[in-house]
Design a protein around this ligand. Structure first.
Ligand code: FES
Length: 105
């Protein structure tokens, strides 16, 4: 059953930027793009690299190691070498606090 995990405050996010949030040992990427906020796993599915150290261009996040890419809306691989998608999570904003609907933490 999904639970709401506090990720950050909306003021922590810049449009077109990303931050990493750690919740009970799990790391999430939190991204604001225009009016939308996205929460997804922060580790590349190829070698568990920290994607927050990569780059973001529009809806595409690029891994800093071998430049694999993921779509932040779907988590799908946009460019190999990674072959497995990132998990993405529903987002809720309550009184300025951003929550991800995560499970199993
Ligand atoms: S570790 Fe992410 S693409 Fe190589």
């Amino acid at each position: 059953m999904p639970e709401l995990a506090r990720m950050c405050h909306v003021d922590d996010l810049q449009d077109g930027g990303m931050i990493k949030s750690e919740v009970l040992g799990c790391e999430y990427l939190v991204i604001k793009l225009a009016e939308d906020i996205y929460v997804l796993d922060a580790s590349c599915t190829l070698e568990w690299t920290d994607l927050s150290k990569g780059s973001l261009e529009g809806e595409i996040v690029t891994c800093p190691v071998c430049k694999g890419q993921f779509n932040i809306r779907s988590g799908d691989v946009a460019r190999e070498p990674p072959t497995f998608p990132l998990d993405t999570y529903n987002v809720k904003v309550v009184d300025g606090t951003v929550y991800g609907e995560v499970s199993g933490y």
